[in-house]
Design a protein around this ligand. Structure first.
Ligand SMILES: NC(=O)C1=CN([C@@H]2O[C@H](COP(=O)(O)OP(=O)(O)OC[C@H]3O[C@@H](n4cnc5c(N)ncnc54)[C@H](OP(=O)(O)O)[C@@H]3O)[C@@H](O)[C@H]2O)C=CC1
Ligand SMILES: CC(=O)[C@@H](O)[C@H](O)COP(=O)(O)O
Ligand SMILES: [Mn+2]
Length: 369
């Protein structure tokens, strides 16, 4: 793969190096040694042999396992930190990268969503580059107009493996079925969240925070093929979208190289082949997670952290066979509605972590463990 000689090589720290995002990011670095040098990598410790082989291959300056090692690596000198950790545990590493003044390629949407203004206000303009495919698509589409010309953002959703099913039909679905995402091969939590549409709920809040667009102007449309990754509607009625095969190679390569594109990162869509693209509204009765996320986003403060933490506990319980599929979002709703957001105006990291812990406790209690 060739690249422009005018592009300076970037030093990259990859957090969550053994996961779906992390391994794809390392592969991009491997294929583009003139653009990216891996100077740090961290993981959770669940796949030590892969982590050790990555350390042996890339010989990073910093590496380690766990939250503290990831926070330290995020604060170490480099050009870009890619946060590919899953879950709320990504918050401190996100803050460390922002405080170090380093560009943050953000796959770990949870840290932005739970931290909300706390994370957003720590970032200088442009410091956070979204890696989530929908938000990368919006960032790319926004290049077509000025911020004041944006009317709405439209997130596309696959609808997950249970698209078209009624709530009654969802009652008996299994973890194995929930992990059969129609298009993407991703980690267990985000794949389950795609099945419940919690992922799309989180992404509505994420888009609101990243692009400073009110929640009621962030729409969702189900597009099962996921060839349109999301769209921006401008004030003149023009809609600009980003299209591509449903893989993460473009969002990750743009995350590492922003604003430059990495030549050959992905194979483009083959327009010589016949294809049907479908669009349909979200069924909010069978899949109440998006509406519930809007409720959390509107309440603001610690409410998104509570939504996310309760969901993390419920997803784990579902996979352990202790909770049914529809109960995931029902219990998240119970926890969210029991939560009183603090009256304090300025949210601190401690406020967020206390709300996260409170929500986990209540979710465990409601599930019965
Ligand atoms: N996968 C995708 O295509 C997409 C993912 N995202 C987001 O990207 C993030 C990562 O997703 P994905 O790659 O699918 O998830 P995976 O489950 O595949 O990978 C998660 C990574 O995080 C590491 N990890 C877990 N706990 C800790 C911890 N306490 N400290 C440090 N590292 C830890 C894991 O290490 P180990 O397993 O070795 O313990 C693993 O490397 C999520 O926020 C997800 O929502 C967004 C869009 C698309
Ligand atoms: C690839 C990516 O960004 C995931 O968040 C993906 O979009 C999941 O798709 P759905 O949540 O729409 O099923
Ligand atoms: Mn996404």
């Amino acid at each position: 793969m060739s690249s422009s000689p005018s592009i300076e090589r970037r030093d990259v720290v990859v957090l969550g190096s053994t996961g779906s995002i992390g391994t794809q990011a390392l592969d991009l670095c491997r294929r583009n040694p003139d653009r990216f040098r891996v100077v740090g990598l961290t993981a959770g410790g669940g796949n030590r042999s892969l982590y050790e082989s990555q350390v042996a291959e890339f010989a990073p300056v910093v590496h380690g396992l766990g939250e503290q090692a990831s926070t330290d690596a995020a604060a170490s000198p480099c050009d870009v930190v890619l946060n590919g950790i899953t879950g709320a545990v990504g918050l401190r590493p996100t803050l460390a990268a922002l405080d170090a003044g380093t560009t943050l390629a953000l796959a770990n949407k949870e840290s932005l969503i739970i931290g909300g203004p706390l994370v957003r206000d720590r970032a200088r303009p442009g410091q956070i580059v979204p890696v989530d495919s929908e938000h990368s698509a919006i960032a790319q589409s926004l290049r077509a107009g000025a911020a004041g010309e944006v009317r709405r953002l439209v997130l596309t959703a696959s609808g997950g493996p249970f698209r078209g099913r009624t709530r009654a039909e969802l009652a008996s679905v299994t973890p194995e079925q929930a992990l059969a995402h129609p298009n993407f091969s991703m980690g267990k939590v985000i794949t389950t969240n795609s099945a419940t549409l919690v992922n799309k709920g989180l992404e509505v809040i994420e888009a609101h925070l990243l692009f400073d667009v009110p929640l009621d102007r962030v729409d969702v449309v189900v597009h099962p093929q996921q060839l349109i990754h999301s769209m921006v509607e401008f004030v003149d009625g023009a809609v600009v979208a980003q299209l591509g095969l449903p893989t993460m190679l473009v969002p990750i390569s743009l995350g590492l190289g922003w604003p430059d594109r990495v030549p050959g990162a992905e194979t483009p869509i083959d327009w010589t082949r016949a294809a049907d693209w479908r669009f349909e509204p979200v069924d909010d009765v069978a899949f109440p997670a998006v509406d519930l996320a809007r409720e959390a986003g509107l309440r603001g403060s610690t409410a998104p952290a509570v939504y996310n933490a309760a969901n993390e506990v419920c997803v784990e319980a579902f996979h352990a066979g202790r909770l049914g599929f529809v109960d995931i979002v029902d219990r998240v709703a119970d926890v969210l509605r029991a939560h009183d957001v603090p009256s304090t105006q300025t949210l601190t990291v401690d406020d967020v972590l206390a709300a996260d812990a409170w929500a986990r406790d209540l979710a465990h209690h409601l599930i019965g463990n």
